[in-house]
Design a protein around this ligand. Structure first.
Ligand code: SAH
Length: 489
């Protein structure tokens, strides 16, 4: 870091701007946001500078720069737009230890002016050490989009309440939660809109609620954290993670996501370790209840979506039975994320009107599924947790009459850097898993086909086949024979 960011108190200080053109106007306009006393020295001042001088906002001297202009000055801009003219200004400023910026010249400058997001009293300064003002502007635009114009007003209103709240809510972590509730709830809406009366009513309500119960009950938030990629998480989940005191984390959830939480939040890891034992569900439920009853905001981080093979129902009923509140924040489930990765729509207008998701995991060794329905031609389904039972799935489908050329697509570690995908068919599907050493987590797509969708397989999705043309020919002849037999009765 070559430049050190600070926020300077400008009240009662003096600033000098030398120059009369556009650069001088811009810097003067910025300085006018503060309470600094501004003098502009320019032989030919722009009309805007003249107007500001006429309204008493700045002092304007229509003449060339003199060294004595720097007397008593705290911060100065060489904004003449001319290197030859700026050089003596910079030299004189340096000799007097006046902070100097020469517009668009890094060398003679003590400081650079950042791109500024102004939500007074919140100010965000963005600097690129002069490497890319365009990037700085891009970041500024992003930030401005996230911070509504009333954000500063809300911050100021909150600032005025600090003492009152500190007095009413003594416990520090309870106070933090109070502020989080206030700044997310009806106070936020009112303060952003500038409705001071409604804001005051919201504060009074929250303060009364904080005073009436000694300890607020804890809450459990089931958060769908998406399939793995750090940016496939919702904004709502991100905000909830920042509010949480305790994190109960599935091991499928990557660190990048957990990083959204506060550093001080307690972390409890549950679920299955790769190749190791999994935490019993009862124990997870008990952990959620225990932490919640201590008045904590407990975030339960789950891979994908909590309602898809996430055992959410058990956790919700255990938590509710203990008298705690549960909130659910949806996430992107693995099948959706994997389908998006490989560009394979899950429904097609008039061609594919339904798709099924199912689990290929077994509790007692047997997969009890409606194989005949699944084997029906034109049916499409996505299998979670199916890799370990691949050979059973293949056998049952073929036995139930599925076509050996039923398309199968496998996505392993979807959206992660280790992601792989294979396009094969039912006949070859077991061999594909075995020879490519595919392991969980993976989604198996059956009956989905790029061609049927009028699309093509992305080139990075590897085609895998062992089915010889002879086999295919034999099989289709057998099909014709079977169909004929069926039609003839
Ligand atoms: N609640 C999760 C599913 C949990 S069950 C969700 O909505 O996605 C675990 C199974 O999800 C894995 O065995 C695998 O089939 C699937 N899965 C989870 N993450 C995956 C990923 N990144 N790529 C492929 N499959 C994934």
């Amino acid at each position: 870091m070559k430049y050190f960011p600070v926020f300077l108190d400008m009240r009662g200080k003096r600033a000098l701007v030398v120059g009369g053109g556009e650069p001088a106007v811009q810097k003067t306009r910025l300085l006018m946001k503060t309470a600094v006393v501004i003098t502009v020295v320019a032989e030919k001042p722009d009309a805007e500078l003249v107007a500001w001088a006429a309204s008493g906002c700045i002092a304007l001297h229509r003449r060339p720069f003199e060294e004595s202009d720097l007397d008593g000055v705290f911060i100065a801009y060489g904004a003449t737009g001319d290197h030859e003219q700026n050089a003596p200004i910079a030299a004189a400023a340096k000799a007097r230890n006046v902070l100097i910026n020469v517009v668009d010249e890094l060398d003679p400058s003590d400081f650079i002016t950042p791109a500024i997001v102004d939500r007074d009293p919140i100010t965000i300064a963005i600097g690129t050490e002069g490497s890319s003002p365009v990037l700085a502007r891009e970041i500024k635009t992003h930030l401005e989009a996230h911070l509504p114009p009333g954000f500063g007003r809300m911050a100021r209103a909150a600032g005025k309440l600090r003492e009152r709240v500190a007095h009413a809510v003594k416990d520090i972590s309870a106070r933090r939660r109070f502020w989080e509730r206030l700044l997310q709830g009806s106070f936020r809406a009112a303060a952003l809109a500038g409705d001071t009366q409604a804001a005051e009513r919201a504060v009074a309500r929250e303060l009364a609620a904080a005073g009436s119960s000694n300890r607020e009950p804890g809450r459990v938030i089931l958060i769908g954290c998406g399939p793995g990629a750090g940016d496939l998480i919702t904004l709502r989940a991100q905000l909830a993670l920042q509010r949480a005191d305790v994190l109960v984390i599935d091991r499928l959830v990557p660190n990048e996501i957990v990083e959204h939480a506060r550093r001080e939040a307690k972390r409890i890891y549950v679920g299955k370790t790769p190749g190791g034992p999994s935490t019993p569900q009862d124990e997870i439920n008990a952990t959620l209840v225990r932490e919640g009853l201590q008045g904590q905001v407990v975030a339960r981080l789950k891979g994908g979506d909590a309602f898809v093979f996430g055992r959410a129902a058990e956790e919700m009923s255990a938590v509710r039975a203990a008298g705690l509140n549960v909130e659910v924040i949806p996430g992107i489930t693995a099948a959706h994320a994997c389908a998006a990765r490989i560009g394979l729509p899950l429904t097609l207008r008039s061609k594919l009107r339904e798709f099924t998701i199912l689990t290929g995991a077994t509790a007692d060794g047997e997969l009890d599924l409606d194989w005949r329905a699944l084997a029906r031609h034109g049916h499409a389904f996505a299998v979670y947790m199916g890799v370990d039972n691949a050979s059973q799935i293949r056998r049952e489908l073929l036995k139930a009459g599925a076509r050996p050329d039923m398309p199968v697509v496998i996505v392993e570690n979807g959206t992660l850097v280790s992601e792989r995908a294979f396009a094969t068919m039912l006949h070859d599907f077991g061999a594909c898993i075995e020879s490519e050493r595919i392991v969980a987590p993976a989604i198996l797509f059956f009956g989905f086909d790029w061609q049927a969708a009028g699309l093509t397989r992305p080139s990075w999705v590897k085609a895998f086949t062992t089915m010889t043309p002879e086999f295919a020919e034999d099989w289709s002849q057998a099909q014709v024979a079977e169909a004929t037999h069926w039609v003839m009765g």
